[in-house]
Design a protein around this ligand. Structure first.
Ligand code: SF4
Ligand code: SF4
Length: 403
């Protein structure tokens, strides 16, 4: 185990709402009757408590982009002492291979701000903000062969001796390679411990105050009982994430049933009989390998259309300024004098990942998104766009393209 001060990342869990219910989720999504959404004051306090943490602060869920105040949270984090009001210029050009882009450009482990997302609709909604703000993005749509290790098979039910347990617990790959976290209930030495506290209505974590993350391993005693409920460090099954079933032991099954877990009601579980459980069949991850490594680091494919353009409409240059006056346009606008030309642009761009915050300038056409922050005030007020409305965009968001 290690102190949070020695971690590469400390997370802030802003919600456990998620469109997925992956098997063996570290946040136990699917087992909660109602998701939590961290309130802004708690978030502010969490960010402020980490202002002197020298490494990355991550925003995670669940699916953090589903938080109703996601934009407010990100703006606060970015303008804080951690984010130092820095804007990034990520994903400006149209991308044809998102996976390659992620692996080449977004795995910046030395960055100060990181986002974890399953690339759902919320990512598209906040696309511009995210790519202005997060130099590190750990994106995984979970529609791949990543494997999640069973977390709900406590060592006592599996008959693991104290001696073996202490060695394994202290070498837990999750705590040694992942993160400490802050949930609405406090700060935790391990992100899974924070989730267990949320799932099983625990007493909450440490007070979130400046420097809480400097605690040493000797200070973890009050939180170590969560390890007793957790199989993160044990040789237990791993299951493909979109199988959705959770592996568990009989006592945990009964506990989850008693708290009304929706996932149990849906039959998304596999109960293992401790008498016949053969731990030699399984091997815990080590940190050298983990969920993504066994999936070959394939985080998304073109099958996931969540972050692709949804809709294009065509208008002429004469009509474009009026487009902000009604609510008709929802996504992309192609401004061109020629319908056939607009169709050609549509054919090319519909299969590319393009940042709604940018305006794309082709030789005889403009392509922009009605949700661009640069134009927001006109659409919100339903006012006509100004003449030369492309001048509203900062220079890095005016992108020339050859189509
Ligand atoms: S995407 Fe899957 S693993 Fe990630 S939080 Fe959602 S349910 Fe859990
Ligand atoms: S055993 Fe579970 S709770 Fe304990 S450190 Fe490992 S992952 Fe965290």
């Amino acid at each position: 185990m290690r102190s949070p001060k020695d971690m590469e990342i400390i997370q802030i869990d802003i919600t456990n709402a998620c469109p997925h219910t992956c098997s063996n989720c570290t946040r136990f999504c699917g087992h909660h009757k109602k998701p939590f959404f961290m309130d802004f004051d708690t978030f502010k306090n969490a960010v402020d408590s980490l202002s002197e943490f020298p490494n990355m602060v991550g925003i995670i869920g669940g699916e953090p982009t589903l938080h109703p105040e996601f934009e407010k949270f990100v703006n606060y984090l970015r303008d804080s002492r951690i984010g130092v009001n820095k804007r990034y210029k990520i994903l400006r050009e149209p991308i044809s291979n998102m996976l390659r882009y992620i692996l080449t450009n977004l795995q910046n482990v030395n960055s100060k701000l990181g986002l974890w997302s399953s690339l759902n609709e919320g990512y598209y909604k906040h696309f511009e903000l995210i790519n202005d703000s997060f130099p590190a993005q750990y994106l995984n749509d979970h529609d791949n062969v990543c494997r999640h290790q069973a977390l709900l098979m406590p060592r006592k039910e599996l008959g693991i001796s104290d001696e073996e347990w202490l060695t394994k617990r202290d070498a837990c790959w999750v705590q040694n390679t992942w993160s400490a976290t802050i949930t609405p209930k406090g700060a935790f030495f391990c992100e899974v411990a924070g989730s267990l506290d949320m799932l099983f209505d625990g007493p909450g974590g440490w007070k979130v105050e400046p420097g809480w993350w400097k605690r040493e391993v000797k200070d973890f005693a009050d939180q170590l009982p969560w390890c007793e409920l957790c199989s993160g460090c044990l040789d237990v099954p791993q299951r493909i994430s979109n199988d959705e079933r959770d592996d568990m032991t009989p006592e945990i099954f009964e506990t989850l049933k008693s708290i009304g877990s929706p996932k149990i009601k849906r039959g998304k579980f596999v109960v293992h009989n401790p008498k016949t459980f053969d731990k030699t069949q399984y091997h815990t991850f080590t940190g050298e390998n983990d969920y993504m490594a066994v999936a070959g680091n394939v985080r998304t494919t073109t099958k996931n259309r969540n972050y692709y353009p949804k809709e294009f409409i065509h208008v002429t240059f004469a009509d474009v300024r009026e487009i902000s006056k009604d609510n008709q346009a929802k996504d992309w606008v192609i401004v061109s004098e020629d319908v056939e030309r607009a169709k050609k642009i549509f054919t090319v761009l519909k299969d590319m990942v393009i940042n709604p915050g940018c305006i794309f300038v082709a030789q005889d056409a403009l392509i922009f998104n009605v949700r661009a922050m640069s134009l927001r005030k006109y659409f919100d007020a339903r006012e006509a766009l100004p003449e030369n409305f492309w001048d509203c965009y900062p220079p890095d968001k005016i992108v020339s393209i050859n189509i």
